[in-house]
Design a binder for this molecule. Structure first.
Ligand code: FE2
Ligand code: FE2
Length: 208
């Protein structure tokens, strides 16, 4: 278990989160942190990437409690360009504002950590290993996610020999898209782009 990192004092970060999030969202953040650490070890990420995944997993929802008008205000304040799709679905803005909060509150400048926070909701084409770990950890952490939801997300996963991080991402993205379609919810174009990117890569590598 990672207790501290060279980039950030995790106890200090947990204390900050406990003051800025609801109890449930705080527990979710701890769950995502622990799952990110577990997955980063499982997929043999180098130690510096494990640390980045641990930090981004913990801090990914820093702006989750902000209201849509506040998120839009913060986007203007931080000069963040907002795509039309994000404007229509302001909940997809909390990762971008969250990355800026983390930069401001903790002086975290590492681009991999900030991008893992930015793309934890939708994914994107060309994700780094740390981005993938945080994306998955957010979806399947065990503290607050509904067990049936986790089972739905993970029922096709097989972590035995040769099971790669990219294959895991494809299955989680497919499950997420199916889940959203069943509920007749909007699917963000970045999620489709991410999914198609993994299909192309895995086909090119003859893993599909
Ligand atoms: Fe989130
Ligand atoms: Fe989350």
């Amino acid at each position: 278990m990672i207790q501290t990192t060279s980039i950030l004092d995790l106890d200090k970060a947990k204390n900050w989160l406990s003051q800025h999030l609801s109890h449930e969202r705080f527990e979710h953040s701890i769950g995502a942190h622990e799952k990110a650490v577990e997955l980063a070890e499982k997929f043999h990420l180098p130690i510096e990437e494990r640390e980045r995944a641990a930090i981004a997993g913990l801090l990914h929802d820093s702006a989750k409690l902000m209201s849509p008008p506040d998120l839009l205000d913060y986007c203007e304040r931080y000069n963040l360009s907002i795509e039309d799709m994000d404007r229509k679905t302001p909940q997809t803005l909390h990762p971008f504002v969250g990355a800026e909060l983390v930069r401001e509150a903790f002086n975290v400048q590492d681009p991999d950590i900030l991008n893992a926070i930015r793309y934890h909701t939708t994914g994107r084409a060309g994700m780094s290993r740390v981005e993938k770990i945080v994306y998955i950890a957010d979806k399947i952490e065990g503290n607050t996610r509904n067990p049936l939801y986790i089972q739905k997300m993970t029922s096709s996963l097989d972590f035995r020999n040769g099971w790669s991080l990219d294959l895991t991402m494809l299955y989680i993205l497919d499950s997420t898209i199916q889940f959203l379609m069943e509920k007749h919810q909007v699917i963000h174009p970045r999620t489709i782009e991410a999914r198609n990117d993994f299909v192309s890569r895995l086909r090119a590598e003859k893993h599909l």
